[in-house]
Design a protein around this ligand. Sequence first.
Ligand code: PMP
Length: 330
Amino acid sequence: MYYNSILETIGNTPLVRLNELADDIEGTILVKVEYFNPGQSVKDRIGLKMIEDAEEQGLIEPGGTIIEGTSGNTGMGLALAASIKGYNCIFTTTDKQSKSKIDLLRALGAEVKVCPTDVEPDDPRSYYSVAKRLSEEIPNSYYPNQYDNPSNTQAHYESTGPEIWEQTEGNVTHYVAGMGTGGTISGTSKFLKEQNEAIKTIGVDSVGSVYKKYFETGEFDKEEIKPYLTEGIGEDIIPSNMDFNLVDAVIQVNDKNALLTTRDLAKKEGLFVGGSCGAAVYGALEYARNNDFGKDDLMVVILPDSGTRYVSKIFNDEWMAEQGFIDSEE
Ligand code: PMP
């Protein structure tokens, strides 16, 4: 038995029960471990889908160049699909991202341009603006724009949602996901709520992002925007893939709680995952403890990526001590 290419191994990731971290909770908490994808993150699903949809719509021709602003994981998903399908990739990212994430993209043949984090999205130096400008300048290029591309949400509507429904045999009652572009939460939630409208969707945001206040008040408040370290969740814009009508509650998690939970996931559950996974699990546990979450309830939490990309940060004691998240002798 074999696959025709690595792309056929995307999806069908395992659901795993949380044990020690959830031992005070009566109901069941399962995590969906997306690092089993070939690019080691949930974003393989959308990388492939955005390229295939663009091919179908005639938006990219053979030998073309894919240009995207990406924090690394989407780049990896796009680069994997592009390497099999024969496209070039140019990615713009911010100086907040792990060096190892950028090296990984280069390993798959992509060109990576690092842009400053501390500028407004519409500043010409921002990674959004640079990606957009390059896509206008380079002929036969395609700018997937994961923030506003409906193929992002659709990938999760077609794969992540049905997988969770089947793997839980329709018994899922709560769904938890971090919110970055919004594709994961919106696409999966849409599918799950169509199967059973009682399913509750909980979005996890980072302190320093505009999402929580926007969800609660409808107000886009720039005052909420602060620098933070948890990579992949929270935004300073409201992308069109983020559909708050499909979200029932939003929990904001700070860096310390997110990153310490990430370390606990490795030490106590053997789950070596990234910082947004720690945030998602912290948010999930907080929700389960403070809301009506009983013994028959079944929560599924998305763990978007792997810890390998954060070895020099979250899993480095010196770095964690410098941030004030652990004591230096710990
Ligand atoms: N975690 C990580 C590590 C990510 O790279 C992303 C994507 N930005 C997310 C969570 C959030 O997923 P989405 O963009 O689908 O909201």
